[in-house]
Design a protein around this ligand. Structure first.
Ligand code: SF4
Length: 253
């Protein structure tokens, strides 16, 4: 197994301050992937026993909450085989610290439903992982401030509870409710106002309805409340301009 990178301080990919390893090799090739160089299984450095020692050392400080494993694709067979030793050692030395793992596979269908039953190494791996974030990254479902995941289709799974209960147990970190209506919102419309002076020099208001892309919009109780700044304002302006409507810079877009 090769790895692309090791981050000594990571506050994005799991709770608290973490050490992260990005393994090499991924067959998913998701559109918009930020780690394209790690698609190649030969990219980066060889993962060796000394790499495990290095990670164990990095995780020593009390402020490190755990290890996050990303990619590339940690659950490609060759990577799973390489990672078993790492997760077992981490749990042996730091039983109180958590291990998060990000995968493009679907936990229920592919990981627990298939690999776990077929491979001893998957079993060993899952028995040492606390949280798995599953599912391919879907650019159209991307929201920038989702907690610990990139797109709304991805789920955060409590692996220990799932193994115990024999079914997928999802974890919620508070952001889900905010976005949960998005998937169901059909053709959401956003209102914005354009102020201008009419022919009598009076201030008039024009009301526009803009059909927005679902995952750019924050929906609460099925009501669209604002545009999520997943895109730069300029990009939003361009999208709206393409619909032939002007945009007021003071609107909430
Ligand atoms: S699964 Fe992850 S590493 Fe692989 S292509 Fe998708 S986003 Fe990139």
């Amino acid at each position: 197994m090769n790895y692309a990178d090791i981050k000594t301080v990571d506050i994005q990919d799991g709770t608290g301050v973490r050490v992260s390893i990005y393994v090499s090799g991924c067959h998913f090739h998701c559109k918009g992937c930020h780690n394209k160089e790690a698609w190649d299984f030969n990219y980066g450095k060889k993962f060796e026993d000394s790499t495990i020692d290095y990670i164990i050392d990095l995780m020593k400080p009390g402020y490190i909450s755990g290890l996050s494993i990303l990619g590339g694709e940690p659950l490609e067979i060759i990577n799973q085989q390489g990672l078993v030793k790492l997760v077992e050692r981490v749990k042996e030395v730091y039983p109180e610290k958590t291990i998060w793992c990000y995968t493009g596979y679907d936990f229920e269908k592919d990981v627990y439903g298939k690999m776990y039953k077929e491979h001893d190494f998957t079993k060993k791996l899952l028995e040492n992982i606390d949280i798995m974030v599953d599912g391919e990254f879907v650019e159209e479902k991307k929201i920038v401030d989702l907690k610990f995941r990139g797109s709304t289709n991805q789920k955060k799974i409590d692996v220990k509870a799932s193994l115990k209960e024999g079914k997928t147990v999802q974890l919620k970190f508070g952001d889900e409710a905010r976005y949960e209506n998005i998937e169901e919102t059909k053709n959401p419309k956003v209102l914005f106002f354009h102020e201008f002076k009419d022919k009598n020099n009076e201030i008039a208001k024009e009301e526009h309805e803009v059909i927005a892309i679902a995952n750019q919009v924050i929906a609460e109780n099925e009501k669209i409340v604002s545009i999520q700044p997943a895109y730069e304002v300029k990009e939003v302006e361009e999208k709206i301009a393409a619909k032939g409507i002007g945009i007021d810079k003071d609107s909430n877009l």
